[in-house]
Design a protein around this ligand. Structure first.
Ligand SMILES: [Zn+2]
Length: 290
C-alpha cells in the first residue's frame, strides 16, 4: 500500500517537470488524447469513474447518511507554484484538512481551473477552485468551489502580490517558478456548507487517478474580473483554459447533502433557514463560522 500512497502523493503534489507538461488542453495533447500519451495515463481513457461531470440537480439523491463537511483548516505557510498546467498553492501539513466518514484527509494543495470543470445543470462557471486532500493511506478527497464574476474573493485577495511575483518569475524564464506566500489565512474557505454534492470520480488531470471522493459545494461564490485575469496571468496561452470536458456518469449516482432538506421533505414548513430571496436556495448555502 505504501507504493499506492506514494503514487497518489506524486499525482497530488507534482513539481514542475517536463514529463507532466506533455499533456495539454488543445490539439494532439488535448484531453481526448491523454489516455494515449503515456501508459501511466490509461485511466484517462479507460476509466469508468472519471471527473469532472455535469451535475443535474434534480437527479441528485438526498442522502441522509452524509455528514456536514467538517473542515478544520488552520492558517499555514503556503507556496504559490506554477505547475505548468495550473497554479497551485501548496501547504505544509500544519494547514489541517477535513474528515469524511471518520477518516482524516490533509489539505495538500489547492489550484484553480478556468473555466469551471464541473457544470451544474449544464452551466459552466468562470472559475473552479479545487482543494486537494489526501489521507495517510493515499486516498484522495477534493472539495470544489465554483465562482461567478462579481465581488472580489477575499481568499484570492491575499494572494494578489504573490500572483504578480509568480507572473514575473515565469516571464523571466524560471523553470521552477514558485513564490513563498507566508501565512495564508484560511477562514474564508472553511465556512460551513449547507449544501454539497458528493460522488466518486477521479483527478481531472493525468494520470486521472480514480476513487477520488468529490464534494462540490452548492454555494457558488464570486471573484472579480481583475482576480480572474490575475490567476490566469502566469500560465502559458495554451493552459489559460485548463478545464477538462465533462465525463460520462456510467451509472454513478450523485448524492446531495442539504441541511434543510428534511424540513422540506416532510412539509413541516419550518423554513428555519433565512432564505427568503425566492430563488433556488443557492444563494444562502454558506454561513460564516463564528
Ligand atoms: Zn483540479
Amino acid at each position: 500500500m505504501a507504493s499506492r500512497a506514494a503514487t497518489a502523493t506524486a499525482a497530488v503534489i507534482r513539481s514542475f517537470n517536463a514529463e507532466f507538461i506533455s499533456f495539454g488542453y488543445t490539439g494532439a495533447i488535448g484531453p481526448y488524447h491523454w489516455g494515449s500519451l503515456s501508459p501511466d495515463y490509461y485511466a484517462c481513457s479507460t476509466g469508468k469513474l472519471q471527473s469532472p461531470i455535469n451535475i443535474i440537480k434534480d437527479n441528485a439523491i438526498w442522502n441522509p447518511k452524509l455528514e456536514p463537511l467538517t473542515r478544520y483548516y488552520n492558517s499555514a505557510n503556503g507556496t504559490l507554484v506554477d505547475s505548468g498546467f495550473n497554479i497551485q498553492l501548496r501547504y505544509d501539513d500544519s494547514v489541517g484538512g477535513l474528515i469524511i466518514e471518520g477518516k482524516n484527509y490533509t489539505l495538500k494543495q489547492m489550484h484553480w481551473h478556468t473555466p469551471s470543470e464541473h457544470t451544474i445543470d449544464g452551466i459552466r462557471y468562470p472559475v473552479e477552485l479545487h482543494l486537494v486532500h489526501m489521507s495517510k493511506d493515499g486516498d484522495i478527497a477534493v472539495v470544489a468551489i465554483l465562482y461567478n464574476l462579481g465581488h472580489p474573493d477575499p481568499f484570492l485577495d491575499q494572494l494578489k502580490n504573490p500572483f504578480k511575483e509568480l507572473t514575473k518569475e515565469v516571464c523571466s524564464g524560471d523553470e521552477e517558478a514558485h513564490v513563498p506566500v507566508g501565512l495564508v489565512e484560511t477562514k474564508s474557505i472553511k465556512r460551513n456548507t449547507r449544501k454539497y454534492f458528493r460522488y466518486m470520480g477521479s483527478l481531472t488531470t493525468p494520470p486521472c487517478t480514480e476513487n477520488v471522493t468529490w464534494s462540490i459545494l452548492g454555494k457558488v461564490r464570486e471573484l472579480s474580473m481583475d482576480q480572474l485575469v490575475e490567476l490566469r496571468a502566469p500560465l502559458e496561452l495554451d493552459y489559460k483554459n485548463n478545464s477538462r470536458p465533462t465525463q460520462p456518469l456510467n451509472g454513478r449516482h450523485v448524492y446531495l447533502f442539504d441541511e434543510k432538506y428534511p424540513n422540506n421533505l416532510f412539509g413541516s414548513g419550518a423554513s428555519s433557514n433565512n432564505n427568503n430571496s425566492g430563488d433556488d436556495n443557492d444563494d444562502n448555502d454558506d454561513r460564516s463560522v463564528p
